[in-house]
Design a protein around this ligand. Structure first.
Ligand code: AMP
Ligand code: GLY
Length: 421
């Protein structure tokens, strides 16, 4: 079988390494992939949003199955385009990917179907938003409507910050067009849990839960990033919480999307907060999370391709989705200066042992040498019987990955370990 993976980050590298385990897979292409992915797949120079070129490549190269991993091609209809050419795909069609593509859509969906989430108001007029903020409870959360690369969220701790955030988004255009409509929502408190779930639109099979570490600094300080590390499972996701999530969130969401004529197939990512009033949805993503995937897929014991195809064929109910009863930890190495300005082009070296456990997010080949090309550069994952051992081992392995200015948090997994005590 010939596969095509659309995307080019650490998440895609983890997906590819997992898919390779299936002996029926003869060839994997990645569009665009990256310099690290090139060790595991054939990279083709097509951007993840160049949908016509992706279509052409898939048809021309006899692709049997495609996996569209990132949010933007999904929202732009990459799956629809490939399906129209007869190529089966993993991932939602555009009309379902809107669950991530528009915060206003997802908030209205939750309100209409009684799915627990933060209370909110939507504004298209800046003055109305500013007027509302005069009396809104503080802290408050301001979100740009459209995709903003996971950065379109501002937590305002004071009223002044809230005014500034609204002006920056609606007048200053800091998130471009996606900020012309904003959601202002209730500030929720509690531990965050990520749950990725396979669904064929009929049944939903959650994967092992995980915990991201979004801030750049230790003890969750500093700017938000794409994610500096993950652990799985997440200790706050107890059996009782899992049961409530299934009944109050997961099944109602699948049913709501069906009722709207927007059947969701693929991986639905539930960003949850376990509040004192129970689990609530912070956000939906229409895809695998990054770097959640780098801890979740290494724990998957079932064959990934088989499960993915079951979401496409509507046979997920009969397909086993089994995870190892172990713990995983992923430590990200980032370029010095990330998430603001940083330099690129530094050679990356890895011991053989580290390379076997490492997914490359921001690396490209330059004259045959792997060099840094992004903010988040690598993610190194270890699996162990205990969380403590997984964390220790992930740090030890990540010592084997080197490049100039490499930065990592030193406390990935610490909060989870404390929660276990
Ligand atoms: P998002 O891009 O929607 O995942 O938001 C980024 C981060 O902002 C989340 O991971 C949360 O830590 C935080 N956040 C988003 N919405 C809320 C909220 N209503 N209350 C508190 N924190 C929030
Ligand atoms: N790690 C969060 C995300 O993928 O959006």
């Amino acid at each position: 079988m010939k596969l095509l993976i659309v995307g080019g980050g650490g998440r895609e590298h983890a997906i590819i390494k997992s898919l390779k385990k299936n002996p029926e897979v003869t060839e994997i292409f990645a569009a665009p992939g990256n310099g690290g992915i090139a060790a595991d797949a054939t990279c083709v120079a097509i951007g993840a949003t160049e949908i016509e070129k992706i279509e052409e490549f898939a048809v021309g190269n006899g692709i049997d199955y495609a996996v569209v991993a990132p949010d933007d091609p999904l929202v732009l209809g990459c799956v629809d385009a490939l399906e129209a050419k007869g190529i089966p795909c993993f991932g939602p069609r555009a009309n379902a990917a809107i669950i991530e593509g528009s915060k206003v859509f997802s908030k209205n969906l939750m309100k209409k179907y009684g799915i627990p989430t933060a209370a909110y108001e939507v504004f298209e007029d800046m003055n109305a938003a500013l007027e509302y903020l005069k009396t809104a409870p503080i802290p408050t959360v301001i979100k740009a409507d459209g995709l903003a690369l996971g950065k379109g969220v501002i937590i305002a701790m004071t009223r002044e910050e809230a005014f500034t955030a609204v002006r920056d988004m609606m007048e200053g255009g800091i998130f471009g067009k996606s900020g012309s409509r904003v959601v202002i929502e209730e500030f929720l408190e509690g531990p965050e849990v990520s749950v990725l779930a396979f669904t064929d639109g009929k049944v939903v099979k959650p994967m092992v839960s995980s915990m991201d570490h979004k801030r750049i600094g230790d003890n969750d300080t500093g700017l938000n990033t794409g994610g500096m590390g993950t652990v799985a499972p997440n200790p706050y996701y107890t059996d009782a919480v899992a049961q409530r999530c299934m009944e109050e969130i997961f099944l109602p969401t699948i049913a709501a999307m069906n009722a709207e004529g927007r059947t969701f197939r693929g991986c639905l990512y539930f960003g949850l907060m376990v509040t004192k009033d129970g689990p609530k949805v912070i956000e939906y993503n229409c895809r695998f999370g990054d770097p959640e995937t780098q801890v979740v897929l290494p724990l998957l014991e079932s064959d990934l391709l088989t499960v993915m195809q079951a979401t496409t064929n509507g046979t997920l109910a009969e397909t086993e989705v089994k995870f190892a009863q172990k713990h995983a930890c992923c430590v990200i190495l980032a370029s010095n200066g990330y998430p603001t300005a940083y330099k690129k082009g530094f050679p990356i070296t890895m011991t053989e042992e580290a390379a076997a456990h490492t997914y490359v997010a921001g690396g490209k080949l330059q004259d045959g040498v792997l060099v840094t090309s992004g903010g988040r550069v690598t993610g190194t994952t270890a699996i162990a019987d205990s969380l403590g051992d997984a964390v220790k081992e992930a740090y030890r392995l990540s010592d084997g990955v080197r490049f100039e200015g490499a930065y990592r948090r030193s406390d990935i997994g610490r909060r989870a370990l404390q929660a276990l005590k």
